[in-house]
Design a protein around this ligand. Sequence first.
Ligand SMILES: NC(=O)c1ccc[n+]([C@@H]2O[C@H](COP(=O)([O-])OP(=O)(O)OC[C@H]3O[C@@H](n4cnc5c(N)ncnc54)[C@H](O)[C@@H]3O)[C@@H](O)[C@H]2O)c1
Ligand SMILES: [Zn+2]
Ligand SMILES: [Zn+2]
Length: 391
Amino acid sequence: MRANCFAGRNSVEVRDVPDPSLLSRRDAIVRVTSTAVCGSDLHLVDGYVPSMQDGDVLGHEFMGEVVEVGSGISGDTLRVGDRVVVPFPIACGSCNACAAEMYSCCENSNPNAAIAEKMFGHPVAGIFGYSHLTGGYAGGQAEYVRVPFADVGPLKIESDLTDEQVLFLSDILPTGWMGAEMCDIRSSDVVAVWGAGPVGQFAMDSARVLGAHEVIAIDREPYRLEMAAAAGHTTINFDDTDVRTRLLELTGGRGPDKCIDAVGLEATHGSASLQTYDRVKQAVRSETDRPHALRQAILSCRSGGTVSVIGVYGGFIDKFPAGAWMNRSLTLRTGQAHVHRYLEPLLRRIEAGELDPTRVITHRLSLEEAPHAFDIFKNKQENCEKVVLTP
Ligand SMILES: NC(=O)c1ccc[n+]([C@@H]2O[C@H](COP(=O)([O-])OP(=O)(O)OC[C@H]3O[C@@H](n4cnc5c(N)ncnc54)[C@H](O)[C@@H]3O)[C@@H](O)[C@H]2O)c1
Ligand SMILES: [Zn+2]
Ligand SMILES: [Zn+2]
């Protein structure tokens, strides 16, 4: 089959790879009908998340048709011919973490738990197409994918919603939603969101649906800010405006009640000196991540507020404003999205028209064009916000 593969730092290639096959009784094979490129893929390809190997099949956002099921899957759960969206974390459904609905921390799905334990202190769940640290599973930017624990993850789509309406249930819609949910939003809240990428856009929409008084989008890409403005959100361009000052102006001097980091470890700095500091430390591997948006969110948040982190961090950061966090009673919440929790409720919100996931799609390309898709998404060319690939 054809699949988009990691081909060394800053390079992906669509190659011929072996078809997947059932390896365990609870596996299914899915023929992919739609898949997408995510900001998290960039961290892998850019070389910031370690343990990628040449030829690894990328992609953790995909949906399609079930073409084979293992003997351990009952027909009531999943059958050949079912149309499914597959959550990006692989979860067993029965461990301690899964029982607590913390699916992205599943204790059974990562065969490389020992590597993850070294890096993070405890292991984390397996993730499709997301390095050997999270299991080395082949991803969904491919014609077919092996889906482990297929009786737990896949959501059956039984209505006539299009692929584009439901594909993002695999990741970025639940992620944006969880980012807003972790803020415990009240009707008086001003919610600021760093990053107007696809994840940030969905965090903004979710904050609005959850009742926020005002939502503020922060980014530097005019077309991404325009997209946020078109959805009714206030915008700040950090290239021409001092973010903290503007946030204070917009909130009577107190700062936003809730702050969401939807940027993660490749943040760009407004300040040249800190940008250089982080870049040099990252280059010599004494700091793995550039946490500028996170620092700014903590310093900007009102006292007693919540900072919700859905941008991905991989390792270690410097100059973390622990004093601001501790002395001003801030709450810091985070996680890889526990996607399984949100599948049914968010599907219902899509059906009800409360959320329109298609609004972020700017490019529809074939799987063969994946290298071009990565290029325009990473470099913000052609006003690219979100690419859907079709095998
Ligand atoms: N927690 C999860 O489960 C989960 C799931 C999916 C994605 N993610 C992460 O969410 C983040 C966003 O994903 P995406 O697909 O939207 O990526 P993206 O790269 O398209 O978006 C990031 C945006 O942040 C902006 N940005 C950079 N520096 C900034 C700064 N200092 N202040 C404000 N904005 C800044 C960029 O211009 C860009 O528009 C990534 O880190 C991704 O890995 C997390
Ligand atoms: Zn993703
Ligand atoms: Zn589990």
